[in-house]
Write a protein that binds this ligand. Structure first.
Ligand code: SAM
Length: 223
């Protein structure tokens, strides 16, 4: 019996790779990468020569069975995504579920992911929190926001820069203008920043300075 590793990779700063992540990727029989070109740079940086093949949201439904078969035949496979921890708002869940169903050992290494530093940097309560990932773009978005308006734990969202203003405007509308909010941008990168304030203040900040880069929003729960 082989094994499935999920290996977190940096969310910006190449130094955030762990020693173990590098060793597991070097020793695996194959690496499943969301985008082999993107991950190629990381492989080159760390001198990892293991064969890569693509595993992304457009082919994962079709490839899962064959990958499980390879692990049943003794291969150790390592799944990586473009950035952060695989299966967190990234492909991976299907392969993990199918592997567990066949009794294949699954091991997700600890490592980079965007929501943990965003939550801790926010200064909002983090003893209990919920991870929402990306809000639905259209269908189901309002229902989700209405439901979350009563959530009493800190809520974490992933967001893209061109939707940030719309999302913050809806937070003011659904959660209230005074709701403590924190936006972390470009974590671990050169232009990293965290803007904290009420939903209204954070909205005003980004309306005046349109955001670029990758974004995580943390919103305090309802009092
Ligand atoms: N698997 C990743 C993880 O573990 O965080 C998440 C992948 S998801 C497709 C990409 C989203 O993660 C971005 O749109 C952004 O919301 C967030 N993200 C990734 N890197 C980030 C960074 N350096 N700074 C802020 N947010 C980031």
């Amino acid at each position: 019996m082989g094994k499935l590793y999920l290996v977190p990779t940096p969310i910006g700063n190449l130094e955030d790779m762990t020693f173990r992540a590098v060793r597991v990727l070097k020793e695996a029989d194959g690496i499943l990468a969301e985008d082999t070109r993107t991950s190629g740079k990381l492989m080159q940086h760390y001198g990892i020569g293991t064969k890569m093949q693509s595993h992304h949201m457009h082919n994962e439904h079709k490839t899962v069975d064959a990958l499980v078969q390879r692990m049943e035949n003794g291969e150790t496979l390592a799944l990586i995504s473009d950035a952060g921890t695989p299966a967190i708002s990234d492909p991976g869940f299907l392969l993990v579920r199918a592997s567990i169903a066949k009794g294949i050992p699954v091991d997700c290494l600890p490592g980079p992911t965007a929501f943990v530093p965003a939550l801790v940097n926010s200064g909002l309560p983090n003893d209990k929190f919920v991870f929402e990932g990306f809000l639905p773009v259209k269908k189901g978005r309002q229902t989700r926001l209405k439901l979350l308006a009563d959530e009493d734990r800190t809520i974490i969202f992933y967001e893209s820069p061109h939707k940030l203003i719309k999302t913050l405007t809806q937070f003011v509308e659904y959660f209230g203008a005074d709701r403590p909010t924190s936006v972390s941008r470009e974590l671990t990168k050169l232009y990293e920043e965290t803007i904290r304030g009420t939903a209204q203040e954070v909205l005003r900040h980004f309306t005046e300075r349109p955001p670029k880069g990758e974004i995580v929003i943390a919103v305090a729960g309802k009092r």
